[in-house]
Design a binder for this molecule. Sequence first.
Ligand code: ADP
Ligand code: SF4
Length: 715
Amino acid sequence: MTPDSRYQVLFEPVKIGPVTAPNRFYQVPHASGMTNALPRVRAAFREAKAEGGWGVVCTGTCSIDPTSDDTPLPFGTMWDDNDIRAHALMTEAVHRHGALAGIELWHGGASVMNRASRLPPLSPSGIPWMATHIGFMGNLRPKSMDRGDFRAVLRWQADAARRARSAGFDIVYVYAGMGYLGYEFLLPEYNQRTDAYGGVIENRVRFVREMIEVSKDAVGKDCAVALRISLEELRARAGRHGESEAHEVISLLADCPDLFDVKMDSSPTDCSASRFSAEGSHEPVIEFVKRLTRKPVVGVGRFTSPDTMVSQIRRGILDLIGAARPSIADPFLPRKIREGRLDEIRECIGCNICISSWHDGVPVRCTQNPTAGEEWRRGWHPERIERAVQEERILVVGGGPAGLECALTLGRRGHHVTLVDAERAFGGRLGFETRLPGLAAWGRVLDYRLGRLKVMPNVQTFLGSPVGVEEIIELAPDRVVLATGARWTKMLYSTMELPVGRLEHPQVLTPDDIAAGRLPQGPTLVFDFDNYYMGGVLTEHLAAQGIAVSYATPAGHASAWTIMTNELPLVHRALARRRVCMTTLHLLSAFDGETATLRHLFSGEELQIGCRSVVIVGLRTPRDELMAALDQRAAEVSAAGIRGVQRAGDALAPGAIVHAIHGGHRVGREIDLPEGAAPYRRDFPIGAAPTQEAPAGAESGWREGGAAPRDGVQA
Ligand code: ADP
Ligand code: SF4
């Protein structure tokens, strides 16, 4: 199908050195949480994107040597020939759809702790990366690279690049960004060398240039070499010859790689959440690159609008539209643009739950796309779904994220669905939450689902319809799904995190009260032990209404869990801008209408805060009265012909929106599966048989099949 002429430019092929990308849609390297131990899960995840029209599909970080070991965080490896087959699974999958496959070869330098390999991290000058950041804290300081180390790293890169070729990759990366080894050479604070690799910028780029050169030699003439580089910090430094050091680095390397993949320097700005930055936020930093090189340039910016993409190309900012998150949220984004199905695009909401998966060390999860990471293990395709063997009449009660996703999935399978909600609009919790500061983009969760439901003749929707047991029995559907959500409670916890009862006072509120339009009176304390976004964003919201707000939490930071979504520093900044007084490591123990008493988590010392209202953002409990009532009248339910009642989303177990969407989708897919069916297939490593010789000098007492006798001692 010919694309809309406005978007034609996005489907032009682009030459990247010796290879040609079939279009301008480029899935840049991004973490997937899928290591070499999950080769099939990984290949299927990447394949979905190639099938969905991405012209280039890349891996996440692939370590070139055990001196680059980020354990327990997930990363791929290209350490020896045993790794080739696992990657070939992905390149074959990507090539099946005519896309190019790229591999992000990577050495973490001083930003990895080598916790598993126990080898000293390597660095230009022995300076640790972000030494006080919990994720980077390690007691083993990096060593300064000596001449032997230089030779070794260049050899590892070349060997890994050669293996990448054997695995079928078309683009091989050199990584000089985000605190990793190549990047540390570019910054004088980390690179204090006095030899040919340190000092003036011409010397500081030397190592990166050599990495590119050895890669080119290794891969030969039919594979491209890309440079991934962070430019934010360099752009902020005045240059000696150019406008900034970023300009100088790009000029010095202008002809060296086949492609520039340009980005920001740290996760909170590189993968910034929509709460704090808009689509295209990298542009002010990277806009100059194309002026200084003839090589193609790819960059990201949470692009989901084809108009913005076209504008990036037309204005000469980028040649290729890079995407990580938008390609996770909708692997079929390019095809939908090509086929003019713009209203079917599942736009990324910028919540960064996908990034939290990497911090959690698990395969990627996505709020918008419940099939992400489930392509192989659950057999969930992002666009196709099997029709139900038997069409049923299914009532879904509750039209929040879980109910909407469930109704949509059931409808796609051909069931006859009735979706009801007591409120005057669908959306559940999102009706309120999308009105909180910075969360408007989360409305895309609703927009996408409501848009799809609207065109489904087999799904009927009813608003303003509170449903009870009587109505359900009268309606007598084949099955019922309760997606009735959860409510916030006034529960408090002890220092041992044991529930110690509710805090009762007329001026103690929960987020539900504020959602219902009740504003706290006078100076207010927000006490947060939910730890995700609600406490912080509600504080911002109240402050914006002119209320004097303080914030207290037993955690060490405001919205402490948002460290997982890259938002934590920005949450602190936002609260500071609102002049919110913040108390960490304290529990709330009492409130008498004028004073809240806080107790230090460890010392027990008391602290009094004058306030007239308290908002507790703590525990949520399922709104499951309807389930209990149906249970009580099980005989009547069964006599009405109702075969099953189940809960989905917060009604089952309160969670984030990602859980509600996944839960709703799962119920939709599996409602008619026999009980006890396996939840998912388990992946396992391939091509990693222990065929290697023991390292020289090793005297192993271990032998396959049992312990070997050693030093005369029988094990
Ligand atoms: P989730 O995140 O699990 O989707 P939400 O709290 O966002 O949960 O949404 C739950 C929705 O269910 C709300 O819109 C609420 O109005 C609706 N709801 C709850 N109980 C009933 C009921 N008995 N009848 C109809 N709608 C209900
Ligand atoms: Fe976008 Fe959120 Fe999905 Fe990540 S989890 S891809 S930020 S919608």
